[in-house]
Write a protein that binds this ligand. Structure first.
Ligand SMILES: Cc1cc2nc3c(=O)[nH]c(=O)nc-3n(C[C@H](O)[C@H](O)[C@H](O)COP(=O)(O)OP(=O)(O)OC[C@H]3O[C@@H](n4cnc5c(N)ncnc54)[C@H](O)[C@@H]3O)c2cc1C
Ligand code: SF4
Length: 492
């Protein structure tokens, strides 16, 4: 390291910005492949020994803005993001889905992403799944809340199953979203960051990247703010992985990615809501894996049900009731069950900087409101089929699902995607199918922002598989286990 004026200067082959789902994976694979890597992460390094499992306290520590990020629009949507080594994987539920085949097909047709076939991505997914010990939740660990949903789905004959997760040695403590106290959840901060460090990568936390430096159409490095001053990393390759909300802001303030007019646009959120049920049986939803079971009967309509659950303080914040009804429901906490629904959205929002912070605009269009109406009605059906005595819908008192308007919904969103979308055509996307920024050499993007549409399922595995593919392509090697063109059997 050398000093020049007030700025510390580091030299590297690759500078990776952000250590979440995309950044940590790309950094580890590159470092293990022999590249000299510097990772700059804005948030801190979190120590699981200090995880208290208390929602309010942990949200303040692990989430950006305490988890209170919001969109502006109708309806406003809470959009929580993680911050620190592991990024949002630190606070996520651990659910693992591969990109559904019909989604990949649509990407090929709509965005010219010809190389992203199921077959081509298979070794990338397999490598991530192995690294993260992805496995199906057992019924015992899934807990009584999942058993309620399963009973309902079986009674109705709806397609369902236990989710696949990256949680090795999970004890079902039920607080995945507030920092796994046992480190069972294999988030990238404990699985990929240590691998990167062991392979020689330098990981700097508290490093807020302000600008990517490009000269003569080629990346030269980045400039960041760190405790005590400024930092320059000089590197011919930069991988941006600051996440769907912050990557477009960073590219914009670096004067990059604007040619297509798509930077910061095409924001898909996969908005979600949940309904509670009062059961005769004791559910004790805080025991067991909160997100362990799914119902995908209506996936083709863009509606998927997935478990959510939490301790009493979480339920008190989430119950769609007020006053005496809220107090009565909370008094019956041990008999409460809850299940979530997510809508594969066709609405699109945008993000831009206002006063240095992200301003996120997103209006739920009528087609998605209609999906919510149908989804909430079916969620009620599911819970009643499971034997619910009462169902508490996420709607104002007296509003039936079929009459719900956008402003009646109180969605949250956990899966922002698309603000630097991949499209083979420079006039339509910010990066190409290889995740390289159109028109610039040496800048790649490896996070949710490149995913060009809503997936209909949880996105972490898609982001990690794309990051794996990018790392090996930057190293000029095949992903281990990849089938080369010569080996692809010819259809006869
Ligand atoms: C509560 C919750 C539950 C979820 N559950 C699931 C689930 O079960 N399964 C699933 O597949 N997905 C889940 N997700 C979503 C999933 O975790 C994210 O889609 C994924 O982590 C996004 O990866 P990313 O690389 O785009 O960004 P992130 O993982 O958010 O990482 C971005 C990183 O970049 C850093 N950064 C930002 N700006 C800068 C800057 N200027 N300089 C340096 N660093 C910067 C951030 O601090 C952050 O650490 C969940 C999300 C939430 C909020
Ligand atoms: S249920 Fe508990 S032990 Fe299992 S992954 Fe979540 S927080 Fe960790």
């Amino acid at each position: 390291m050398s000093r020049r004026g007030a700025a510390r200067v580091l030299e590297a082959d690759v500078c990776v910005i952000g250590a979440g789902a995309g950044g940590a994976v790309v950094a580890a694979e590159l470092a293990e492949g022999g590249a000299d890597v510097v990772v700059l992460e804005q948030g801190p390094r979190h120590d699981a020994d200090r995880f208290s499992a208390r929602p309010i306290e942990m949200m303040a520590r692990l989430y950006r803005d305490g988890g209170q990020g919001m969109t502006l629009g109708s309806p406003p949507i809470i959009l929580p993001l993680g911050r620190g080594l592991g990024g949002t994987t630190l606070v996520n539920s651990g659910t693992c889905f591969r990109t559904p085949a019909p989604v990949l097909e649509r990407w090929r047709e709509a965005f010219g992403l010809e190389a992203l076939t199921e077959q081509a991505l298979d070794p990338c997914f397999a490598r991530v799944e192995q690294a993260l010990s992805v496995a199906e939740v057992t019924p015992e660990l899934a807990g009584a809340n999942a058993a309620v949903a399963r009973r309902g789905a079986e009674a109705l004959g709806w397609s369902h199953g236990y989710l696949r997760r990256n949680a090795k040695g999970c004890v079902g403590s039920g607080v995945c979203a507030f920092g796994c106290p046992t480190s069972a959840k294999q988030h990238t901060g404990i699985m990929y960051v240590p691998r990167a460090e062991a392979a020689g990568a330098r990981i700097l936390t508290g490093a807020d990247v302000r600008r990517i430096v490009v000269e003569g159409g080629r990346a030269r490095g980045v400039e960041a703010r760190v405790a005590g001053g400024r930092l320059e990393v000089r590197a011919p390759d930069v991988v941006v992985a600051a996440g769907t909300i912050h990557t477009p802001l960073l590219l914009a303030r670096s004067g990059l990615g604007a040619t297509s007019g798509q930077l910061g646009r095409n924001l898909a959120l996969h908005p979600a809501t949940a309904a509670f049920a009062l059961m005769d049986e004791v559910v004790d939803m805080a025991k067991g894996v909160p997100q362990s079971f799914y119902v995908d009967e209506f996936a083709a309509e863009g509606i998927i049900f997935e478990g959510v659950a939490g301790p009493p303080s979480y339920v008190a914040m989430s119950l769609p009731l007020t006053g005496r009804r809220h107090a009565e429901a909370m008094a019956n906490y041990r008999h409460l069950a809850v299940f979530g629904l997510m809508v594969s959205d066709s609405s699109r929002g945008s993000v831009r900087a206002l006063g240095g912070r992200p301003l996120i605009r997103y209006d739920l269009e009528e087609a998605d409101v209609a999906r919510f109406r149908v989804g909430i009605a079916r969620l009620e059906q599911l819970l009643r089929a499971a034997g619910a005595r009462e169902v508490y819908l996420p709607l104002p008192h007296g509003v039936a699902p079929e009459r719900a308007r956008a402003r009646d919904l109180k969605p949250m969103a956990f899966h922002p995607l698309g603000t630097a979308r991949a499209d083979a055509r420079p006039a339509h996307g910010v990066v190409d199918g290889e995740l390289a920024l159109h028109g610039v050499r040496g800048v790649h993007v490896a996070d949710g922002s490149v995913v060009p549409s809503s997936l209909g399922v949880n996105p972490q595995l898609t982001i990690m598989a794309l990051a794996t593919r990018l790392a090996f392509s930057m190293l000029g090697r095949d992903v281990p286990g990849a089938t080369t063109d010569a080996e692809v059997p010819c259809p006869s």
